[in-house]
Write a new protein. Structure first.
Length: 314
C-alpha cells in the first residue's frame, strides 16, 4: 500500500480509538489541521498530547499555502460597467453609495458626457443603477447610511474612516471590525495598523500580523508589500521575495521596484522569477488601461491645471 493510500485509510478511522467511520459513526476533522479525524470530543482531547506538535507544524503549512497563493485579482476587482480591472490608485475610481458599486473614472467620465450631450447635467445618475446622484453632502450621507444598514462593508469602512479622521478611534475600530467580518480587505489592513500601534485597542503584534495577512490574502497589494518588508526585516528573504512577487503580479509599483533591488543584490530572487514578475506586473498595469480611462485622466489633469490657473489669478 502506498503512502497516500495509508494516509487515506487512517483518515477513515478515529486517530485516538481507531474506530472506523460507518453510517452511524461520523468522524470530525481536527480543528487546526487535515492530518487526523476523531469520533468524539473525548477522543480529540485524549489524542491532543500525541498530536499537538504535528498539528501545529501542519497548521503553519496550511496557512502558508493560503498566504502565498496568487490572488486572481486585486481586492478592488473589476469595474461593473466596462468589466476591466479597477486601477490600484483610488483616485482613478469613484464609489457610488446608492448601489455600493465602485466605478472606474473612465465609465464615470463617459456617464457625465452622456448627460452633457442630453443637456441634463443637473440630473446626473449613477452609471450602474441609474439612481440620481446626491446633490448635497447630507443626501450623500443618508445614502451612505442606508448602505451601512444593508451591511455594505465598503460603506461601513468609510464611516470608520470618517470616525478616525474626527479622532474617534474606538468607533473607527468598531466599524473596521464589522467591515472586516464582512470581508473588506482594506478594513483588515486598518485593523492591522490599529493592533500594531495600539490605537483604540490594546497593542497586539500577533493580531496585527493576522489582520495584515488576511488583507494580503484578500488581494490588497499594500498589505502584501508590508508583509514583505516585515519578512525582510526578520531576514527571511525567501518569504519576502514571494510577497513582493505576488504584489508585483497585481500591478503594485513599489513591489516591482523592491523586487528589482532584491535582484540587484543577487541571490534573493532568480533571473527567471524577476523576469516573470516584470511581465506579470506590466500585464496587470496594461489590463487597467483603456482609451476611455485615458480620456478621463487627461480631463482630470486639464481640470486640475485650470483650477491652479484660476487660483493664481484670483
Amino acid at each position: 500500500m502506498s503512502t497516500d493510500e495509508t494516509a487515506a485509510a487512517k483518515m477513515m478511522c478515529c486517530a485516538s480509538c481507531g474506530i472506523a467511520e460507518l453510517d452511524d459513526i461520523k468522524l470530525m476533522d481536527c480543528d487546526a489541521c487535515d492530518l487526523v479525524r476523531y469520533c468524539s470530543d473525548e477522543c480529540k482531547e485524549d489524542h491532543l498530547p500525541q498530536h499537538e506538535t504535528n498539528c501545529k507544524e501542519r497548521a503553519v503549512e496550511l496557512r502558508d499555502e493560503i498566504l502565498f497563493k496568487q490572488p486572481e485579482s486585486s481586492h478592488l476587482g473589476d469595474c461593473p460597467i466596462c468589466c476591466l480591472p479597477l486601477p490600484l490608485d483610488h483616485q482613478n475610481s469613484v464609489p457610488y453609495f446608492c448601489c455600493g458599486k465602485i466605478i472606474c473614472i473612465g465609465c464615470d467620465y463617459a456617464n457625465t458626457l452622456v448627460h452633457e450631450r442630453e443637456a441634463r447635467l443637473q440630473q446626473i445618475a449613477c452609471p450602474f443603477c441609474r439612481h440620481p446622484s446626491p446633490k448635497t453632502d447630507e443626501e450623500n450621507n443618508k445614502m451612505k447610511m442606508r448602505r451601512v444598514v444593508a451591511n455594505d462593508p465598503v460603506a461601513i469602512r468609510e464611516i470608520g474612516v470618517k470616525h478616525y479622521s474626527n479622532g474617534d478611534r474606538e468607533r473607527a475600530f468598531e466599524c473596521f471590525t464589522k467591515a472586516a467580518e464582512l470581508g473588506d480587505a482594506s478594513a483588515h489592513y486598518f485593523l492591522s495598523l490599529f493592533y500594531r500601534d495600539g490605537q483604540g485597542v490594546e497593542k497586539d503584534e500577533k493580531k496585527g500580523l493576522y489582520y495584515l495577512e488576511e488583507a494580503a490574502i484578500a488581494g490588497l497589494p499594500e498589505a502584501r508589500y508590508d508583509l514583505a518588508m516585515l519578512e525582510e526585516k526578520n531576514e527571511r528573504y525567501d518569504r519576502s521575495a514571494k510577497h513582493f512577487i505576488i504584489a508585483a503580479n497585481l500591478g503594485h509599483d513599489e513591489s516591482i521596484q523592491a523586487l528589482k533591488e532584491c535582484y540587484k543584490r543577487g541571490g534573493l530572487v532568480s533571473k527567471e522569477d524577476f523576469a516573470a514578475a516584470l511581465r506579470a506586473h506590466q500585464a496587470a498595469v496594461d489590463a487597467t488601461k483603456s482609451p476611455q480611462r485615458d480620456a478621463a485622466e487627461a480631463f482630470k489633469k486639464f481640470r486640475a491645471s485650470q483650477q491652479q490657473t484660476f487660483g493664481r489669478n484670483a
